[in-house]
Design a protein around this ligand. Sequence first.
Ligand SMILES: Cc1cc2nc3c(=O)[nH]c(=O)nc-3n(C[C@H](O)[C@H](O)[C@H](O)COP(=O)(O)OP(=O)(O)OC[C@H]3O[C@@H](n4cnc5c(N)ncnc54)[C@H](O)[C@@H]3O)c2cc1C
Length: 507
Amino acid sequence: MNVRMLQRFKKIKDVTSSVLSVFSVETNHLHTYPNFTKNTFDVDRGPYRSLEEHHLTYFRDVLGENGLVVDLCDLEKYNVDFMKHLRGGSTLVLRPTATEQVSKILSFCNHHHLAVCTQGGNTGICGGATPIFDEIILSMELMNKIIHLDELSSVLTCEAGCVLENLDHYLNERNLMMPIDLGAKGSCHIGGNISTNAGGIRLYRYGNLQGNILGLEVVKANGEILNCMNTLKKDNTGFHLKHLFIGSEGTLGIITKAAIQCVPKPKSVKLLFLGAQNFTKILKAFNKARHDLGEIISAVEVMDHQTMEMVEEYTDLSSPIGRYPIYLIIETSGSDETHDEEKLNRYFESCMDKHFILNGVVASSTTQIQKLWSIREKIAESFYKDGYVFSYDISLPLPSYYDFVTEMRHYMGEKSHRVFGFGHLGDGNLHLQISVKEFSKEILDYIEPHIYKRVEELKGSISAEHGIGFLKRKYLPMIKSSVNISTMRNLKNLMDPKGILNPYKVL
Ligand SMILES: Cc1cc2nc3c(=O)[nH]c(=O)nc-3n(C[C@H](O)[C@H](O)[C@H](O)COP(=O)(O)OP(=O)(O)OC[C@H]3O[C@@H](n4cnc5c(N)ncnc54)[C@H](O)[C@@H]3O)c2cc1C
């Protein structure tokens, strides 16, 4: 770091006791339960059979006693979603340990017309992972083995229930890392990530999972095991069936194994935490970063003052640079420390000179970087304490990106406690949050479909990375043509003619 830069950068204190802050659903004790989803939302139960004693006997034969959860208290954490908005009434969780068991379960459920809701880490935010009525929950939590790592090609093969963070730790010890990273990494499963085609902070650099998943093993609704476990980078032999399951949210098949293209762990990582006067300046700083930092940028995130205020209110974290209307976080990952530092110096100097940013801090050590990232990662944990939060995961063209938050703040007026925005700016993905004292149907109707209509008018997407799940399904026709939807329905009918896989979701 040069002298001028040292003067300008406010130095960040090294926090020796800092632990990577990762939200874990395990620690998310449910003090109050939401109402049953079937009572809150307008939805009718499908013509599925209810559980009978002989069904349980069969499942016990396949899985053994430990493979079943039937105790009412133990069932709650599987029935209630992460946001505590939804609550299913399932009386059975099945926990297979092998693909063959998943196959037997589905074949049986298909034959007996029993509905199934597959669950990974249950961190999904649009209600895809919890049952709506009494669907059997198929939890993938015990299918968590790492099968193989080809260190030369960096291809990792593992079971679908592996927790994302565990995979990353395993790879880190071998100088590799996962191509995906998100705040829920301590709980979410790779199978859940693939089923939602999750984005996260590394998408800017490594692209989405459609490109990084080389192979999948999937159990079809009728119990057949579909082996697409390719580990080659290139393989144009026939239809690319695996793509059907990436992002299909458990409605077309159950992912049991995956082959993932991993990436080398960067030798030099740095994090810039910048404060700016307004979003226009942030856009200028971002655009400049694309040109000046180029190939070393690995993540670009934004958060507004209201988001920071909330994190400060509910955690022991605070802005490292004091209060600014809006903040930009840029991570760089490269292979040459000196080269990266020189580039960063020039970029920062120039942004200050042009008044794109008002202040900033750079973190170079792992501890400092983790401490700064934890501010971003603690957002979800904080807003969960901020009353009932209506959470929207939208894509918008960059010029409308933050105007939309301001617009919604005016629209909500006194009706909301807080309207705030943060997100993956580099991917045009905004997380708009509206917190209110408590849920009411009136407020829901006031916010939706207004918000989706506006997103459509602004040529955005109503789901950038979280999926459709249960909560957004009625808005799908607003953004997809009838031909799109009928093609999706045809596929669903082909893959799951009796509709047992994750009913009431997506379509
Ligand atoms: C703090 C926090 C931060 C987050 N940050 C991001 C982010 O940056 N980017 C992002 O994209 N998402 C983010 N999310 C949302 C969520 O973590 C992702 O959607 C994640 O991919 C879900 O994984 P999961 O294992 O928890 O899946 P679940 O929530 O259990 O399930 C999600 C969907 O996938 C299906 N499913 C799960 N496993 C399987 C399987 N093996 N086979 C078939 N279907 C399956 C379920 O039926 C459901 O429809 C965040 C969530 C939290 C709580």
